[in-house]
Design a protein around this ligand. Structure first.
Ligand SMILES: C[S@@+](CC[C@H](N)C(=O)[O-])C[C@H]1O[C@@H](n2cnc3c(N)ncnc32)[C@H](O)[C@@H]1O
Length: 460
């Protein structure tokens, strides 16, 4: 076959899913990625990018649907940038996620001789998100509060539903959009850097039945009346915040804010503990599966009540405090100041006296701890178990080196990105730790994302 170029029309059999979630087809040794293609589909697609080793193609029509293809639940499927896997039956999504974890560790990490436990999925894989961030942009009938179309950071889609959030969060979105339109102020246009309303964040305490929202705008006083418009319908709204974004970046967090009503945090309950979660602090977005994840991490930590545990990247202290009840003492390290304050408050709130939290970059704080320069209760400087739960970018090499230098009997690696996990575990192998087993946990149904809990032990 002649090499395809931009604009070539192809008929393709989709036979796999790539790590990012696109369908994969092979034509005469060339890999073609087709967004929206499902393994088992025969599709017609048009090449949009042609490189030497691979091509990307846009799905034009499905000539023969895969038996795993199902009707998407949401009317915005395809036009909205979220939940790309809605057209794939949930058991099939899980199968591919498990495979993705295994293949990342084998191919990217070069790891062998480890066990992959069956992926743990959700029983009811909808409306699981306890936090949502909407963008606000200009629309034909006034500002729109919603999500971006795929690849279009400068546009916001008109929206009526989202099946990943609660019906109540959907209604909050509608009411805020209605209120915004009444103010007569414009939505933000990121291209021209003009407009006023920029983002809406809605957080929920699933177990506590609390709602917290933050409306981010360009600088300038918010028109009056937002609390009055929302509180009669949502008496469980414990906080309404106005955040001010003077910058160009499309961010909704870590902005200066003013409390218009109530407080700037909510409470959530998980694993028998109560957590204070500030508006900007990281908290697992799927409360139900966070319990499963933490239970799995606790099992791998193998605690008997006598151990010292380090929890690096501890956020508001959720894993640290979950484990503290079964350990002698716990040390959490976290870079975001308000999250560390939350973690300390959470220890008090739950009557947990054996947890210490240090604020700072894990790389730097670990060095201080290893060199005996950190102010710590006695015994905490030598861990039996180290838990690592880094952001998607994974661990810095020096964190790996320092965690290994502390010589814990077990390292529990909680990852939201199998690719960086694989890379990090390759480095751990060089520092004398091998992966014993890994359990994929599906925190993000209908998206290609997957969480995994790995257990590492010393090789000698
Ligand atoms: C995936 S979250 C995990 C939080 C917590 N373990 C949980 O389950 O809720 C990663 C955390 O690492 C923090 N973080 C990011 N970079 C860091 C660094 N260099 N040093 C310490 N903490 C960092 C983030 O603020 C975030 O709270």
């Amino acid at each position: 076959m002649e090499r395809p170029h931009r604009g070539t029309q192809l008929e393709l059999e989709i036979d796999n899913l790539a790590f990012g979630g696109q369908g994969v087809s092979r034509v005469d040794g060339l890999v073609v990625f087709v967004a929206g293609g499902v393994p088992g589909d025969r599709v017609r697609a048009v090449v949009t990018k042609a490189k030497r080793r691979y091509a990307e193609a846009r799905l034009e029509s499905i000539l023969r649907p895969s038996p795993d293809r199902i009707g998407a639940a949401c009317r915005h499927y395809g036009s909205c940038g979220g939940c790309r896997w809605q057209s794939l039956a949930y058991p099939t999504q899980l199968k591919y996620k498990e495979r993705q974890v295994r293949e990342s560790l084998e191919r990217l990490g070069g790891l062998t001789d480890f066990e992959v436990r069956p992926v743990i999925g959700m029983e009811e894989p909808w409306r699981y998100r306890n936090k949502v961030e909407f963008s606000i942009g200009p629309g034909p009938e006034g500002p729109l509060v919603g999500f971006h179309p795929p690849g279009r950071w400068d546009q916001v889609l008109p929206m009526t539903e989202c099946h990943l959030i609660s019906p109540e969060a959907e209604t909050v979105r509608t009411r805020v959009e209605q209120w915004i339109r009444k103010t007569g102020r414009p939505g933000w246009d990121p291209r021209s850097q003009t407009g006023y309303f920029r983002h809406l964040t809605v957080r929920e305490g699933r177990a506590t039945n609390e709602l917290l929202i933050s409306l981010a705008t360009a600088p300038g006083e918010l028109p009056p009346g937002l609390p009055e418009a929302l509180l009669p319908e949502f008496p469980k709204m414990v906080g309404i915040l106005h955040a001010s974004n003077a910058g160009q970046a499309e961010v909704a967090t870590a902005l200066p804010h003013r409390v218009l009503h109530g407080r700037s945090f909510l409470f959530e309950e998980l694993g028998g503990l109560r957590f204070k979660v500030s508006i900007d602090a990281f908290f697992q977005t799927n409360t139900e599966m966070a319990e499963t994840l933490y239970a799995r991490a606790a099992e791998e930590a193998g605690l008997t009540g006598h151990e010292v545990v380090w929890d690096l990247y501890s956020g508001i202290g959720s894993i640290a405090l979950y484990l503290a009840r079964r350990a002698r003492a716990v040390l959490g390290i976290e870079v975001v100041g308000p999250a560390v304050e939350d973690a300390r408050d959470n220890a008090r709130l739950n009557g947990i006296g054996n947890a210490t939290f240090l604020e700072g970059n894990a790389r730097v704080v670990l060095k201080e701890v290893l060199e005996g320069r950190a102010a710590l209760p006695p015994g905490l400087e030598k861990p039996d178990v180290v838990v690592l739960d880094p952001p998607r970018g994974g661990l810095a090499k020096k964190v790996i080196m320092r965690a290994a230098a502390a010589r814990p009997a077990r390292i529990v690696y909680v990852s939201c990105n199998p690719a960086t996990m694989a890379d990090n575990l390759k480095d751990f192998a060089e520092h004398g730790y091998r992966l014993v087993r890994v359990t994929p946990v599906d925190m993000f149904p209908h998206t290609p994302h997957i969480e995994a809990v790995g257990l590492l032990e010393p090789t000698s």
